[in-house]
Ligand binder design. Structure first.
Ligand code: FAD
Length: 589
């Protein structure tokens, strides 16, 4: 007879251990200091009633645990509709907390403080909570925590206002420093670096002249919308002062707002707006890095790959690129994973701006529907987020219907800009790729004189971006899919939205650009690239590479390093050529 195994404590952990050991044939003694078993999850008899310490619900993602649970409880298991509420200030509040209910019941001033402190907590998460109080503060914000757990009455709040305020502010300042160093400053530094790189090639010397000198191509159209609003006097009068409905309203609206706010000329406002949103775009990138706990070296490498991308300078000139990418990243940041009403609303607002800025924002706005597919029960909130996100683009169509009698005027205008039809099959048609099989194409690409003086060169480059981007979409999608189905990669659901966003942006841009020889694809591939880099970084972080044999790891590592350096170098060289071209008013994309 073996000696018994002693288990200290008859809580769920002790009882489960005892159960399993008994099944395996070990003699077991459970020692419990209380009268009954169950620990914190036990039920107590009180005045003829059976009471629990608190509401207990069972959940697990581990099939073996679920099986054990079903085995032990068998038919005794009862499924009930759970209704958990917190009694506070003579009112019942739903648990888990419903943001709208709290806001409704605690009054507008308190609501405002709760919302701000909640957003603050989301924006600056506490690194690793060392106790429950810290966890709750990090999850719901200090203000809500003060209500639920300190149980401070309103009179005490008045008496202790000063003391409380200092308690409220202390953690915020503690966390402000990392936010400043890890997010705000590096993102600002990268924006300034981008602006500096453009100004290097400009012939002007001061900021105002540098950027006013860069007003060209689409910038003129945006400026005409800011100055005169949308106008349409006929398809035969396509000019800045006459018919300008071929551009989405998000960017012109933002320029008008910011120019008015800063009291600057809209022409300068074009650049300030783009650069402000470029900063926001980098902020969101760093927020993603921090949410996913990406190592610093990877952060630097990924950021450099975005910074060096051939057309990245479009983020800082008078184009809608930065507004679109910033709102796209904000939309993904707030809609994936969190699923709380207030954050979904924030996602919806970002989505609204995104779809009001580019037509490709419309399919991307559907991404929160993935939450429903992966089992979310908040279908109403997800649908509301999608609807709000679609409103930007659809609102523009409605505007065209109301003011010009044709909801699809934007599409009808495109032929006058060269794109005579949308070819939804372009991605699989041979003629999309045939230019790459001509020797002339390659000769032109490698000719320095054409690179610095010829419109055809930029178009040839754009054509090259199509197979390259498609190839990278296929390869990254494939390795991600394989590693996820092999069980080597975690959290793939979080990345799926990024892959789908990249694919849909690429597909629609190509369908539209097919009729004009894909001439702007190098610019349209910029958001695709940024989203892809994020998906790749996330994949690398959440994939277990231990299956790669030890002996090939150094070779693989060196190949990847070499590949990275080569790619970054080619990107940067092209970036400099294209920036030079743009600064010298030569067609880029
Ligand atoms: C109000 C409330 C609501 C909760 N809701 C949920 C929920 O919805 N879902 C969920 O999954 N979890 C919930 N939990 C948490 C869950 O109850 C605990 O995670 C679980 O009980 C932990 O089990 P345990 O065996 O590790 O510890 P415990 O349950 O704490 O058990 C420890 C046992 O050891 C005994 N013990 C300690 N020291 C000694 C000693 N020196 N000698 C002898 N015996 C000793 C104690 O008396 C106790 O019986 C809730 C907890 C509370 C309090």
């Amino acid at each position: 007879m073996r000696d018994p195994i002693y288990i200290l404590g008859a809580g769920p952990a002790g009882m489960a251990a005892a159960y399993r050991l008994t099944q395996l044939g070990f003699p077991v003694v459970v020692v419990e200091r209380e009268e009954g078993v169950g620990g914190l999850a036990k039920s107590i008899r009180y005045q003829g009633f059976i009471l629990d310490y608190g509401p207990h619900r069972f959940f697990t993602k581990i099939p073996a645990v679920l099986e054990l649970w079903n085995q032990v409880l068998g038919s005794e298991q009862v499924t009930v509709r759970r209704l958990t509420r917190i009694y506070y200030r003579k009112q019942y509040f739903q648990y888990p907390i419903q943001a709208w209910e709290v806001l409704r019941k605690v009054g507008w001033w308190e609501s405002l403080r709760i919302v701000l402190s909640y957003l603050w907590a989301q924006l600056i998460p506490r690194p690793a909570p060392s106790n429950f109080a810290d966890w709750v503060k990090g999850k719901f914000g200090t203000q809500l925590y003060s209500h639920r757990l300190w149980q401070v009455t309103s009179t005490m709040i008045t008496k202790n206002r000063l003391k409380q305020l200092s308690q409220l502010l202390q953690p915020s300042w503690q966390h402000l420093a990392p936010f400043l160093w890890q997010i705000l400053l590096p993102s600002l530094a990268l924006t300034v670096l981008q602006i500096f790189m453009i100004s290097l090639w400009s012939k002007e010397s001061d900021y105002v002249s540098i950027f006013k000198g860069l007003t060209q191509w689409d910038s003129h159209w945006y400026l005409s919308i800011v100055r005169r609003g949308y106008q349409f006097v006929g398809f035969d009068k396509i000019a800045y002062e006459q018919s300008n409905v071929a551009f989405f309203p998000g960017y012109p609206l933002a320029v008008a707002g910011i120019s008015r706010l800063l009291r600057v000329d809209p022409e300068l406002g074009l650049y300030l707006t783009a650069q402000l949103f470029c900063w926001l775009m980098w902020i969101y990138l760093f927020l993603f890095y921090r949410r996913w706990q990406i190592p610093l070296v990877w952060q630097i490498l990924a950021s450099l790959l975005i910074l060096a991308y051939p057309t990245s300078f479009y983020l800082c000139v008078g184009y809608s690129e930065s507004l679109f990418v910033a709102s796209l990243l904000g939309f993904l940041y707030w809609s994936i994973r969190w699923e709380r009403p207030l954050l979904m609303l924030l996602a919806g607002v970002h989505g609204l701006v995104m779809s009001a800025t580019r037509i490709v924002g419309l399919p991307v706005a559907l991404i929160p529907l993935l939450n429903l597919w992966s089992g979310s029960r908040r279908w109403l909130w997800n649908l509301a987020t999608v609807s709000l996100a679609l409103l930007g683009g659809l609102g523009f169509f409605l505007y065209c219907q109301l003011f010009f009698g044709s909801w699809d005027l934007y599409m009808k205008m495109q032929p006058y800009f060269g794109s005579s039809f949308v070819n939804y099959l372009a991605i699989v048609q041979a003629h999309t790729y045939t230019p790459l099989f001509s020797i002339d194409h390659w000769q032109s690409l490698f000719s320095p004189s054409r690179a610095l003086g010829d419109q055809i060169w930029a178009i040839s480059l754009s054509q090259l971006f199509v197979p390259l981007t498609l190839g990278s979409l296929l390869v990254t999608g494939l390795i991600d899919g394989i590693s996820a189905t092999a069980g080597k990669s975690q959290c793939w659901q979080e990345r799926l939205g990024f892959h789908l966003a990249a694919w849909s942006m690429f597909y629609i841009a190509l369908a539209g650009g097919s009729a004009v020889g894909q001439r702007s694809m190098s610019r349209y591939c910029l958001p695709v690239h940024i989203v892809q880099v994020l998906a790749l970084v996330h994949w690398a972080k959440y994939t277990d590479f231990s299956f790669i044999p030890e002996r090939i790891r150094p070779y693989l590592g060196n190949t990847l390093k070499l590949g990275y350096v080569l790619l970054a170098f080619i990107f940067f060289a092209l970036n400099q050529i294209l920036t030079w071209r743009y600064a010298h008013h030569l067609w880029v994309a």
